[in-house]
Write a protein that binds this ligand. Structure first.
Ligand SMILES: [Zn+2]
Length: 358
C-alpha cells in the first residue's frame, strides 16, 4: 500500500469524526444544522478543463458558497476523459492534463483542502479523485498505478462509448462486457488499492466484474446511478445489481439528473425522494450514497437546483420520519466507508498484480 493511501485513510477517519461530532442535533424548535455531505460525483473539473469556467469556481452548481450552504465536507473530483477528447480517441496524457487542472482548482479554491491533506478540517471540503472513462489506459494499463498513487480512489473503465477495456452502458447489445484486457485492468486497480466504478458499465461488464471484486474483497461502487425499476435507462441499475452492490458492501450514489430520476426531461425533489426510497428499500440503508452529478451538464430537479439544496433533501427525509443518523449514512458515512477501502492483503495469485512495497 502506498504511503499516500495511508494518509488519505487518516484524513477519512478525521472527516468521519467531524461528521458525527460537529453538526449535532439542534434544540427543539430550532432548524437542524446541515448534515455532512460527501458527494461521489461532481463534474467541476469538466467545467474548468473543457468549458472555460474559472478554477476559483465563481459560478456553477458547486461553488464555495453553495458547497458551504449544502453542508459539503467531501467531494470527488472526477478526471473525466471524454471519449471524443481528440479525433483518434483519448490518450493517457489527457488524464495528466485534467489532473493538472484539478490541482489548479484545489489550489485556487480555499474552500477545498489539498488532495493529499492529512486531516479533515471543519468548514472546508476534503477532496478526492476518480477517473471517469479510463479507456485510454488500454494503451498501457500499468500507467494506472501512478494515478492511484496520486490518490485516485474510483476508476470507470468506460464512459459513454465502448472502450478496449469495457462495454459501456449504452443499452446496445455487444458481444462482450469487460474485455480480457479490461479484466486485467480491474484486477490491477483492486490490487493497487483503488476501486472500479460501475456507473457507466454495461450489464455484461457489471456481471464480469462481480467475481473479480469478490476475489479482492472489494465493494462494488456505482458513483452516480439510480434504479432502473423507477426510471428505465441503461445508465441506471437493475434491482438485482443494486442488491449485488449491497452484498459486496458497496454503495450506489443517487444521481440528480432528471432523466435518470424519472426517465423524463423533468423531475422534482419528490421524484428524487422516490428514487432514494426504492434504492434504500432494495439495497438497504448502508448501501445508498449521494452522487449528484452536479456540473455534469445535467438537468437539475426543481428543488435541488444546486449544491446548496442538499439540506432541503435532508429536511424532506427527516419530515418523512427518517432518523438523522440514517440521513447521515446516506449523505456521507456510506461514501466514506468505500473511500476508505484498502485491500486486506497483497494478492499472491499473480505476480503481475503484486503491489510493490512503499
Ligand atoms: Zn457520468
Amino acid at each position: 500500500m502506498s504511503r499516500r493511501g495511508t494518509r488519505a485513510g487518516a484524513a477519512l477517519v478525521a472527516l468521519l469524526a467531524v461528521g458525527v461530532v460537529s453538526p449535532g442535533g439542534g434544540a427543539a424548535g430550532e432548524a437542524e444544522p446541515p448534515i455532512l455531505v460527501v458527494d461521489l460525483h461532481v463534474d467541476i473539473p469538466y467545467q474548468v478543463h473543457f468549458k472555460g469556467r474559472a478554477p476559483g469556481l465563481p459560478v456553477g452548481h458547486a461553488t464555495p458558497k453553495t458547497l458551504k450552504a449544502g453542508g459539503y465536507g467531501g467531494i470527488i473530483l472526477p478526471i473525466y476523459i471524454p471519449d471524443k477528447a481528440r479525433p483518434t480517441g483519448p490518450i493517457i496524457e489527457d488524464a495528466d492534463a485534467i489532473l493538472a487542472t484539478i490541482e489548479a482548482i484545489v489550489r485556487e479554491t480555499p474552500a477545498f483542502l489539498p488532495l493529499d491533506a492529512r486531516q479533515a478540517v471543519p468548514g472546508r471540503v476534503s477532496t478526492f479523485l476518480s477517473i471517469e472513462g479510463a479507456g485510454a489506459f488500454a494503451d498501457d494499463i500499468t500507467q494506472i498505478d501512478r494515478f492511484i498513487d496520486r490518490g485516485v480512489r474510483l476508476i470507470s473503465p468506460a464512459h459513454a462509448s465502448n472502450t478496449r477495456l469495457s462495454a459501456a452502458a449504452t443499452g446496445k447489445r455487444v458481444s462482450h462486457g469487460l474485455t480480457e484486457l479490461g479484466k486485467q485492468f480491474c484486477e490491477r486497480v483492486y490490487a493497487h488499492g483503488a476501486l472500479i466504478d460501475v456507473s457507466h458499465l454495461s450489464d455484461a461488464a457489471f456481471a464480469d466484474l462481480v467475481p473479480i471484486a469478490r476475489a479482492h474483497g472489494a465493494p462494488l461502487v456505482a458513483t452516480h446511478s439510480n434504479a432502473r425499476a423507477v426510471a428505465a435507462h441503461p445508465r441506471n441499475l437493475t434491482d438485482e445489481q443494486l442488491r449485488e452492490i449491497a452484498r459486496s458492501g458497496g454503495v450506489t450514489g443517487l444521481n440528480f439528473h432528471a432523466f435518470f430520476v424519472t426517465g423524463e426531461r423533468e423531475a422534482t425533489l419528490d421524484d428524487v425522494v422516490k428514487q432514494l426510497d426504492h434504492m434504500v428499500k432494495v439495497a438497504g440503508l448502508d448501501h445508498v450514497a449521494i452522487g449528484s452529478d452536479y456540473d455534469g451538464g445535467i438537468t437539475v430537479p426543481s428543488g435541488l437546483e444546486d449544491a446548496a439544496a442538499l439540506p432541503a433533501l435532508a429536511r424532506k427525509l427527516r419530515a418523512r420520519g427518517m432518523p438523522r443518523e440514517d440521513v447521515l449514512k446516506i449523505f456521507s458515512l456510506n461514501a466514506l466507508r468505500v473511500l476508505g477501502w484498502r485491500p486486506a492483503h497483497s494478492p499472491t495469485t499473480s505476480p503481475a498484480t503484486q503491489v510493490p512495497s512503499p
